[in-house]
Write a protein that binds this ligand. Sequence first.
Ligand SMILES: Cc1ncc(COP(=O)(O)O)c(C=O)c1O
Length: 419
Amino acid sequence: MDINKINSDEYSLADFSAYKGDDLFDVREPFWAFMQDAIAKKYMVYGNPISTAPRSEFQVYDRYLDKDRNFLNFCSYNYLGYSCHPDVIKTVQDTVGKYGTGAVSAPLLSGYYDLSKQLEESIARFKGKEAAVVFPTGYGANLGVLSCLLKPGDVAVMDILSHASIYDGARLAGADVKVFSHNNAEHLDTVLKNLKNPRRAIVCIEGIYSMDGDLVNLPDIVAVCKKYGTRILLDEAHATLIFGKNGRGVAEHFGLEDEIDLTIGTFSKSFGAIGGFVTGEQKIISYIRMFARAYVFSCAMAPHTAAGILKVLDLYEHDKSNRDQLWENTHYMLNALKEVGLDTGQTESQVIPVIVGHDHRLREISKRIHEKGLYTGVVTYPAVSNKRTRLRLSMSSNHTKEQMDTCLTIIKEAFDAVK
Ligand SMILES: Cc1ncc(COP(=O)(O)O)c(C=O)c1O
C-alpha cells in the first residue's frame, strides 16, 4: 500500500480493517488518504448530518454542495412512523418536564425509574413472557445477554448472516463461535451433532435478517434445537410490531413463541426510539439483570424514552392501521423493483435489499442516487461481503405512492447507467 498515492477505486474498507503497521496508529495515514480520495470522487455518502425529523422526506447536509437539501428517505427504521407521531412527541415532551433529560445513572444504582419498571412489565406482557430487562441499545442487549450466559468452552452457534452484536457478544464471552449456512437447518443439525455438549450451547437466529429482509426458517431450526436440547436466542429487532397477529414478531407468526428461550428486541426501529430488551423466564432474566455488563455498567435508558415507547405500545394495541399501510407500501415497492428486473434477493419484509454486486459499482450507484436526492442504506463491508453489496430500502407506512415511484425511477436509472 503506497500511502502517498492511494486511489480509492483500488481499495475497499476491508483492506483497512486488516491493515497492520509497526505502530498501532499507522493505519491512519493510508485510511486518511483513502477517505480524501473517496470524498473527492463523491463516494462518501456516510455520516451526513440530518436536520429534520426522519419522515419520508428529510433534510440532509450535502457535503458536496455545502448545504442542507431535501432527500427522499428510504433509510430510517421508522417503519411505522412512530418517531414522529404527535401523541408520542407530546408524551416525551411532558415527561422531560417532569424527569429531566436523562437517567443519569446505571440501572442498578439510581437509573431505574418507575417508567423503566413499567416499560419492562409492559414489554413482558406484550411478548407474553414472564419478564424483561431493558438495555440502553439493542446492540447492548445481545452483547450483554450472550457475554454473561456463555463461558469459555461454551459454544455460540449462529446463522452466518447474524448481526454484529451477536458475534461480538459471543466473542466477549470467550465462547467458541460456530456458524451454520444461512437458514439451513440440516447444516445446523450437523453442527450440533458434532458438539461435545449441545446443552452448553445457544443457537442464535434473527426473525428478519437485517441485511436481506428474509425470515428465519423457524419451524425446522426449532425442531433441530429440540432434538439436541440446545437453547435458542431469537433476535426480533426488525420483526417486532411488524410480524405476528399481535405484532410480537416472527415467533408469533409461526406459532412457536413457547419454543424460544430468549427473545431480543430493539426500540430503535418500529418503536421509533432507542434501547433494547430481552424477554424470557423470570429466573434467567433476574440473572441477566445482575451479570450482563452492558446493562450493569452503562447508563440506563432516559425516562422520557421509556414514556415514549409506552405510548407507542398503547397506540399500537388500539390501532394497527399503520402496519397495514406498511405492508401495502412494501408489496408495492417490491413488485415495482422486481418488474423492472432488479434483484431484491429473498426478502419477505419491509427490509428490501437491491443487490448491486461489487463494492466499486455500489460507489458509483450511490453517488448517482444521492445526486438525485434519494437516501437509502448503502451497505458494504463489514455489514456484508464486498462482492454482495446493496442498496437497502427501509420501507415506512408514511411513504406515498409518488415517493415510491420516484425512488424506483432514480434507482433504475442509476443501475442502468453503471453496469
Ligand atoms: C438484528 C439486529 N440486532 C440488533 C441490532 C442493534 O440494535 P440497536 O440499533 O438498537 O442497537 C440491530 C440493528 O440494526 C439489528 O439489525
